[in-house]
Structures are given as structure tokens and as C-alpha cells.
Design a protein. Structure first.
Length: 263
């Protein structure tokens, strides 16, 4: 378990930052406040208490940091063997393990962002709290797979839709279509859903006045206009994201700019 990720803080966090993050997180996961999810709340509270104890002790923190940095250089496979990233030597010639490396890395990267996100958004913490104990325990213990992660991701997206983030191309019906996605297609589903949300979020931020053209750069204005056209296109053709991206020449740089605009 990465204690820094759990608390949503950087590795160079000060003791004051650690205290503040711990107090905020423990308020969310205290068992007394989660009577309907005692088992998960108790497990999370125990993890938070241990993280706080270790990170507040300079000596223990130094030892923990050393172990954490070493663990980040390794990927643990399901068969309990440990392989080094990139420089792995496959003595058995099984190059299918490469996909397992990528899967573990994706899961860890998602978990890191996810725990930071729910520490900042109480609604997201509630959604996660209402997730089944089996999946939550797998995520906390580090034994989750892509299907587990995707299931939680869909719950968060559905919650956003119920709170008003909805359109002809981003709604509950669209999410239901991804509910039983095959493992081989999950990566595409992740990318598709997140792309649709970025397009809608960008449109809403400008329409609501949260972002004003006069306050952004020429490059950002150009990207916003492209995304506005994509939004209008998808309102008429909700299932043609690929066609919209091609038609309006949305490139990697455009996605980066849009993400920065809506953060």
C-alpha cells in the first residue's frame, strides 16, 4: 500500500500536510460514520491510522520511503514471481507476461489518481463507499483487476450523470452499454468514456462562464472552438466519436489543452 497515495499527498509532504490529509480522510472513513459499510470502513481506517503512524515518525518514514521506491521498480505477478520493468528476462519464453506488466501498471496508476480524487470529492467517496465489499477489499489489498477498476469507474461516471453532467452522447444509457464490457475492450471503453466526458466538460465550462475566451491563450481558444464543434456534431451523431475526432482533427495536444482547461 502506498501511504502517500492513500492520503492524497506528495512524498515530500510536511508533517502539517500529513496531519491535514489524515484528518480529512479519517472523517470520511471512520467506522462510526459508515454503519452500512463497517467492514470496509474499518479496513480503510486501519490503513489510514497505520499510514499516519509511519509517516509521522521520521525514522519509520525513511525506512518506508526506501522500501516504497524499491517496490515501484518492480511488478508483482499473480504467480508471486517478481520481474523488473523493461529489463525483464523471460526464462520461460512466455512473452504474454508483457500484457500483465502493462495491466498492473495501469491499475496502480488508476488507484493512485482514484484515492487522491475521492479524498478531495466527498460525493466520490460516498460512491466508493457504496461499492460492494468484495471489490473494495480487492482494491485496498492490491489484488484488483481491470474489470474491478472499470466497474468502479462506471459508478463514478453514472453518479456524475445523475448530478447533471449529461447529454445525448454522455448519459446512463451509454454507460449501461459498457456495463458488461469484455476485458479485451476495457482500454478502449476507458478512453472513449473519458474522451466524451472531456468534450462535454469543456463545453459546459465555457457555456456556464467558468472559462472565458478573453482569459485564455490563442491556442486554448482554438482548441475550445474545435471541441465546441465536436460537441454539436455528437448531439446529432452520439455514437460517432471517431468520426468527430477525424472530421475536426482533434490531436493529442488538443486533449492535453482541454484537460488543463477543465481542471
Amino acid at each position: 500500500m502506498d501511504y502517500y497515495t492513500l492520503l492524497g499527498i506528495p512524498m515530500d509532504a510536511t508533517q502539517d500536510q500529513i496531519k491535514a490529509a489524515y484528518r480529512k480522510a479519517i472523517k470520511i472513513w471512520h467506522p462510526d460514520l459508515n454503519r452500512n459499510n463497517i467492514s470496509t470502513a474499518s479496513l480503510m481506517a486501519a490503513q489510514l491510522n497505520e499510514a499516519y503512524r509511519v509517516l509521522m515518525d521520521p525514522n519509520e518514514r525513511a525506512i518506508y520511503n526506501s522500501k516504497l521506491m524499491e517496490s515501484k521498480k518492480k511488478v508483482v505477478f499473480e504467480d508471486r514471481k517478481v520481474y523488473r520493468n523493461v529489463r525483464t528476462e523471460y526464462s520461460d519464453g512466455d512473452f504474454n507476461n508483457i500484457s500483465r506488466i502493462k495491466e498492473v501498471e495501469r491499475i496502480e496508476a488508476w488507484k493512485e489518481r482514484f484515492f487522491i480524487y475521492i479524498s478531495k470529492h466527498q460525493w466520490a467517496a460516498r460512491v466508493y463507499s457504496n461499492t460492494g465489499d468484495r471489490v473494495k477489499n480487492k482494491i485496498i489489498s492490491g489484488s484488483s483487476n481491470l474489470q474491478d477498476i472499470f466497474g468502479v469507474y462506471l459508478r463514478l461516471e453514472e453518479a456524475k450523470i445523475r448530478m447533471g453532467l449529461s447529454s445525448a452522447y454522455f448519459n446512463l444509457e451509454v454507460m449501461k452499454g459498457y456495463a458488461n464490457m469484455e476485458k479485451e475492450k476495457i482500454d478502449v471503453a476507458f478512453k472513449t468514456i473519458s474522451s466524451l466526458e472531456i468534450i462535454l466538460q469543456t463545453y459546459i465550462r465555457f457555456r456556464s462562464g467558468l472559462i472565458k475566451e478573453s482569459q485564455i491563450s490563442t491556442e486554448e481558444q482554438y482548441t475550445w472552438k474545435k471541441f465546441n464543434m465536436v460537441h454539436k456534431y455528437l448531439l446529432k451523431r452520439p455514437k460517432d466519436l471517431f468520426g468527430a475526432i477525424q472530421k475536426f482533427k482533434i490531436e493529442d495536444r488538443d486533449w492535453e489543452i482541454a484537460l488543463n482547461l477543465i481542471r
